[in-house]
Design a protein around this ligand. Sequence first.
Ligand code: COA
Length: 168
Amino acid sequence: MTTLAPRSPAQSYVEMVQILLPGDANALGAAFGGSVMGWIDICAAVSAQRHSRQLVVTASMDDLHFHAPIKVGMTVTLRARVIAAFNSSMEVGVTVHAEEPTTGEKTFTTSALLTFVALDRDGKRLPVPPLLIDNERDRVAAAEAQSRRTERLARKGQGTSWLSLLGG
Ligand SMILES: CC(C)(COP(=O)(O)OP(=O)(O)OC[C@H]1O[C@@H](n2cnc3c(N)ncnc32)[C@H](O)[C@@H]1OP(=O)(O)O)[C@@H](O)C(=O)NCCC(=O)NCCS
């Protein structure tokens, strides 16, 4: 089996900037959550693709929190990077900040964790490179990601009786 060379967190770093336009807002003039979730998914997918240099699909999104509203006209900056790489999957963290364009005041608005799986064009899983970890902050973050992965996979398929209420 080929051993893939480790890749640094910097190699998966993505920064994406948007302006919150009225079409992405709710009746209160603040961001529609689904639009922000879509941006998060794209930003994180690019990060996973930069790490793996493969095509990826979203397996899950969790720990999604809307900490503060984003108002129409705000500049929105999303940042993503791989937190941990497993076999064919990677956990990617995303943060979102809103910036008031005239004052430059920035607010931390949203955060999320996503897992992507690398697939070939036939849908077969592909191995991803390990994450190069050379400092304590990254080591702690990767260890936490490992625990989350264990919990995430243990929870998958458990407590699913509600699905049948909705035809799932
Ligand atoms: C994601 C997908 C490839 C997983 O396939 P699967 O056969 O259920 O998964 P497997 O049990 O073979 O596991 C494959 C990897 O995915 C991970 N995985 C599977 N389900 C997961 C979940 N819900 N959350 C996080 N990771 C998950 C596994 O841990 C494994 O990772 P590893 O290789 O690093 O150990 C498959 O469910 C799929 O194609 N889903 C649709 C993806 C899609 O269309 N996304 C777009 C959004 S609609």
